[in-house]
Structures are given as structure tokens and as C-alpha cells.
Design a protein around this ligand. Sequence first.
Ligand code: NAI
Ligand code: MG
Length: 335
Amino acid sequence: MTTTITVIRGDGIGPEIMDATLHVLDAMQLGLSYEFADAGMVALEKHGELLPQATMDSIRKNRIALKSPLTTPVGEGFSSINVELRKRFDLYANVRPAKSFPNTKSRFPSGVDLITVRENTEGAYSGEGQQVSADGETATLVQKITHRGSERIVRYAFDLARKTGRKKVTVVHKANILKSTSGLFLKTAREVAAQYPDIQCNEMIVDNTCMQLVMKPEQFDIIVTTNLFGDIISDLCAGLVGGLGLAPGANIGTEAAIFEAVHGSAPDIAGKGIANPCALLLGAAQMLDHLAQPQQAERLRAAIVGTLEAKDALTPDLGGEGNTMSFAQAIASRL
Ligand code: NAI
Ligand code: MG
């Protein structure tokens, strides 16, 4: 059976890492077919808009997209394309695994294996009520948390634990101070946790969580939290395991799911063919999990780990002398 996915090659290093990723996916012979769609600067130049209707239609139809980073022009009144995609497809779960890899510059070459599940649509990032007073003295913003939004993200985290054989979910909050918003999130999380007696649940305040992550990251399995905390914590976790070149992310909703690298379009190295393709490849592995092909996902991850272990054709960010495509070829040869 053929599965069609929407492929967005993106801006900057996007096309380079996407070509490398598709090279590896092709070598896996998964029966995937690609529908290419434009977004970002490349779409603005070709079609006059950052997010053309044809791209939205393609994602809506295929329900799965693999996406390279996009450049949002700064200061020209454009809102972030990534935020726009999350809104339009209600991609409520931002799922970011962080696992130790060999031969990276990480302080934790082993022992870290956790997933951050971040609520992606509410809280401080919904953009509601952003105001600065006429005299420029006071700025305000509405932080809205709903029972429904909290319920579905916490349920997602517990279901993910069951599906992946993980044992513990840590609910990260600040309910001691943010009594209404974080309080509602925590109360809802407790209700959901009670329905999963097979999964251990603990609660941790966000500032302590940051310290604990840096001191003893092995204690975490799945973390679930609200939008702003999740944004910060998931980057912290990427830093624990070797940085941006190895950090993938999935944006999952009921209507569609978009898989990507966490990093941006890296204009400083674009066109040089030296970008690390691993983050997008690991995003593709998340996509295979989502497509109910966990064995293929593991096959891909094992080939990436094997290539890192052998220090074969690593890109310069990992201290190697390889390039984007030679790295991908080394990974493909280990499948
Ligand atoms: P960035 O992630 O593009 O780059 C930060 C640093 O990391 C740079 O030095 C870059 O060379 C390096 N880097 C990033 N990915 C790499 C890779 N795969 N291999 C080797 N080195 C890598 O962040 P920056 O510079 O803040 O943003 C650049 C553009 O990307 C902006 O227009 C921003 O809006 C966009 N962006 C897009 C995202 C997305 O589409 N998901 C996410 C983050 C930023
Ligand atoms: Mg972020």
C-alpha cells in the first residue's frame, strides 16, 4: 500500500536536509509517495504568499506532512508560519523526544531518554489580548487554559506512555503561583492520571524541573506541560543530548500531523551542503511511528546511531568532515 505524504522542502538549509532525508527514506523502500508543496520564503517568491492554499489542501488531504524549516520574514507584518499551521490544523500536541546519542558534544552521552509533550495551542502563546497601553507603560496578555485543552494533552501523554511502554509521566506546572491557569491544568492532569493506574504519575514545579533536568535527567520518562513551559523545557532537553542538529519534533492534531526538525533554516550555512540532516531524519522516524510502523522507525534510528558510533561522514557541527549527503549515504548504507 502506498502512503502519500506532503513534503515541504522549506528555506535555507531546508532543501539540502530534505534531499538527504528522502534519500534515506527511499533506501528504506517504505512505499511512501511524496506530494511536494511550497511554504515559506520560497512560496512567497513563487506564489505571492507564505502559506498557499494548495499547500494547506495537500496537508488536509494527506494528513501527514514532513516539513523542513521555514523562514518567516521579520518585521514585515507576517505572523509565524509554524504558529499559523498549528492554529489551522489544531495541532495541539508538540512531541519532542530527547535521547542520548554517542559522539556528540553532549554532557550526557548516555542515560537520557525522555519525551516532552507540550500543549501547543493555549496559554501564553494563543496571542489573545496582547496590548500595550497608550503611554507605553503597561503591557498585558491573556493566558487562557481550558479543561478541554488540558485534558486532551495530558491524555495524549498517558496514551503515548502506554503505546511506547514508558512507565512514568511527570506533570510540570506552577500551580503554587499561577493558581488559576496552572491550577486548572494540574487539577485536570490529576483527573486524567487517575484513569491510568498502570502509569506512574508525579508532579513537579517548573523551575525545580529545570534544575532536576540538568542535574539528573535520567529520572524523567515523559514530561507533559503547558505551552510556554514546554517550549523552554524542550529546548533545554535538546541541549542535554547534543543540540539542535539532533532534535526532532512532531506537531500532532486530530486532522493532521506535521513532522520536522526543531532547528531553523540556518541561513549562515545554507547552500554549503554541510547541514546536519539528523534532526529531520529523526522527525521522519517519529512520522513512521505515527504511521504505525514502529519497526521501521527503530530501523532508521538504529542506522543513525550506528553512523554516529562509527563517526562515519559526520557533519562539521558534530566535529566531522562529512557533508549533508555523505552523512545521509552513510546512514542509508547501515539500514
Ligand atoms: P537556526 O536553528 O536556523 O540556527 C541556529 C544555529 O544553529 C546556526 O548557527 C545554525 O547554523 C545552526 N544549525 C541549525 N540547524 C543546523 C543543522 N541542521 N546542522 C548544523 N547546524 C545547524 O536558528 P535561527 O538562526 O534563530 O533562525 C533562522 C531562521 O529559521 C529564522 O528565519 C527563523 O524564523 C527560522 N526558524 C524556523 C523554524 C521552523 O521552521 N521550524 C524553527 C526555528 C527558526
Ligand atoms: Mg521553541
